[in-house]
Design a protein around this ligand. Structure first.
Ligand code: Z5A
Ligand code: MG
Length: 211
């Protein structure tokens, strides 16, 4: 098989610095001349994404299961694009993915297995960088509290579900990063972990939660 691009996902609690760090990683990849594409979930630009956006800003109400399925559908509408980019040798960096889907909905009380099922067989990340931060430290950062889930009790539960997700995944593909440190220190660690993956991979694209 010829070399393909790597699929790198950045996950974490709110205000852990995901959007800041994916952008820093994109800049480093571009500086090295590595083809890369940055994606973000939820992708609020699609018709489904606009329904999600309205829900997150509390402008509409939806059943917990209905919003969960919309978040998943929002990933499925980009799944073939992700596969094509990877096959063409592009490194795909993604700001949140299916792990956020499970973490937030399970934290609301839906069962873990039910939450995972709509995302089973999506393209699986080759590397997931989990930016870990305490809810207290997150709260002290800019913009906290503007959207629906940004409450400390909810964030604590979300953190617990993320721990369960990581314990059930292959250790090599899930790396926890202490995101409570300064921006450049976190960016340097992300770069050193990601760098080996950016040289391309010769294994097929994996499928999420298929074992
Ligand atoms: N959600 C879901 O329920 N189901 C799903 O399937 C998916 C998502 C995919 C919106 O997501 C919500 O959707 C989210 C999960 C749920 N729930 N909540 N709450 P979003 O990704 O659109 O959320 P966001 O608005 O982009 O926030 P965020 O992602 O949580 O923030 P962040 O990207 O981690 O942080 P940031 O924007 O990079 O940085 C935040 C601030 O901290 C900013 O002022 C930075 O300058 C500052 N910052 C960043 N790094 C540092 C360091 N190292 N030190 C100090 N200050 C820093
Ligand atoms: Mg963000």
């Amino acid at each position: 098989m010829s070399t393909r691009g790597a699929f790198i996902v950045v996950e974490g609690l709110d205000r852990a610095g995901k959007t800041t760090q994916v952008s820093a990683l994109q800049t480093r990849l571009e500086n090295e001349g590595i083809l890369c594409k940055l994606l973000k979930f939820p992708d609020r630009t699609t018709a489904i994404g606009q329904m999600i956006d309205s829900y997150l800003r509390s402008q509409s109400e939806l059943d917990d299961r209905a919003i969960h399925l919309l978040f998943s559908a929002n990933r499925w509408e980009l799944a073939s694009t992700i596969e094509k980019l990877l096959a063409a040798g592009t490194t795909v960096i993604c700001d949140r993915y299916a792990f956020s889907g499970v973490a937030f909905s399970a934290a609301k009380g839906l069962t873990f297995e039910w939450c995972r099922s709509p995302d089973v067989s999506l393209p699986a990340p080759d590397l997931t960088l989990f930016l870990d931060i305490t809810p207290e430290a997150a709260r002290s950062r800019g913009g906290y509290g503007e959207e629906r889930y940004e409450k400390e009790e909810m964030q604590r539960k979300v953190r617990e579900v993320f721990r369960r997700i990581s314990s059930e995944l292959d250790e090599a593909s899930w790396v926890t990063i202490d995101a409570g440190r300064d921006l450049d220190t976190v960016a340097d660690e992300i770069w050193s972990v990601s760098r080996p993956f950016t040289k391309g991979l010769s294994i097929p694209i994996q499928r999420l939660w298929m074992q």
